[in-house]
Design a binder for this molecule. Structure first.
Ligand code: AMP
Ligand code: MN
Ligand code: MN
Ligand code: MN
Length: 279
């Protein structure tokens, strides 16, 4: 039997992706994905639309979310899978994070003004169309307005640490993020671990703290992650008794180097995060 194809990390325009929930599901189906998790940043607003589309398309939609958290001064993203959308502490936590996003957007806007780039806030609100406000929206505006050549340059010059519009942000704690997901009956997963640029010592400390808080799994395969990184992460995950997840972190066709569902099989010795799922 062919293995089921999982992609457990993806976005729509309800956060900083460019596709609708319906288009995301259609693309997943075309890519041969059997099980898709929709994990927008700090919101679950798109899930109902995606779930309806997935049912019609005959694929399984896992309700999820990607929670912004801060651990030892660094931003760490925690993916929640199979969360109960009606769990109040989760939704209250996400609403609080969206408030933090709004306040941060004003700070970024002020800093960009000082750097000689006016009127970003209104443009970014318009680009976000009522969804959460992400640095991605700022980057898109900066490119469109001619202040950066591409998204990478917009982040480097203006939005990443050291950039002119950078606003350090205190998100939820790792413990809060994990507790909201657990309370909502879901599993929590450390997203794209290679992206944090941590040495093995720090990465181990992160994984240990996460496990102690009740965390379940780590993304062993993530879109645009090098195979050596995946091997290093798989080893650590197995040593610490954590489960393994796979997710492309798809944001839309513009990032043509990251495809939905294009993920290698997990190493044989990993325990998949879906081991106890009933399907
Ligand atoms: P935020 O959560 O608002 O701080 O924005 C983080 C998002 O920005 C991530 O989820 C990515 O989608 C995007 N991002 C971060 N760095 C880059 C980059 N160098 N180029 C393009 N997108 C990026
Ligand atoms: Mn994003
Ligand atoms: Mn992320
Ligand atoms: Mn993501």
């Amino acid at each position: 039997m062919n293995r089921r194809r999982y992609d457990l990390h993806s976005h729509t325009h309800f956060s900083d992706g460019t596709v609708s929930p319906e288009a995301l599901v259609a693309e997943a189906r075309a890519a041969g994905v059997d099980v898709l998790a929709l994990t927008d940043h700090d919101t679950t607003e798109a899930i109902d639309l995606a779930a309806a589309a997935a049912q019609a398309a005959g694929i399984q939609l896992v309700p999820g979310v990607e929670i912004s958290s801060t651990w030892q001064g660094r931003t760490i993203h925690i993916v929640g899978l199979n969360v109960d959308l009606l769990h109040l502490p989760l939704q209250q936590g996400l609403a609080w994070l969206r408030e933090i996003r709004l306040e941060r957007a004003e700070v970024i806007d002020r800093r960009l003004q000082k750097a000689g780039i006016p009127d970003c806030y209104a443009a970014v609100r318009a680009l976000a169309q009522g969804s959460i406000i992400s640095r991605t929206h700022f980057a898109r505006h900066l490119v469109q307005a001619g202040h950066a050549r591409d998204m990478g340059q917009a982040f480097k010059r203006f939005l990443s640490s050291g950039g002119k519009g950078h606003a350090p942000t205190q998100w939820a704690t790792l413990e809060q993020a994990v507790a909201w997901v657990r309370g909502a009956g879901g599993q929590s997963v450390i997203a794209h671990p290679a992206r944090y640029k941590l040495g093995t010592g720090k990465l181990t400390a992160l994984f240990e703290n996460f496990r102690e808080a009740g965390g379940d799994a780590v993304e062993v395969h993530s879109g645009s992650q090098r195979p050596e990184e995946s091997q290093r992460i798989a080893r650590l995950v197995n040593q610490l008794g954590l489960k393994a997840s796979v997710g492309s972190d798809y944001h839309g066709p513009e990032q043509h180097w990251i495809g939905l569902g294009r993920l290698p099989a997990l190493p044989e010795d990993c325990v998949p995060v879906w081991v106890d799922w009933d399907h």
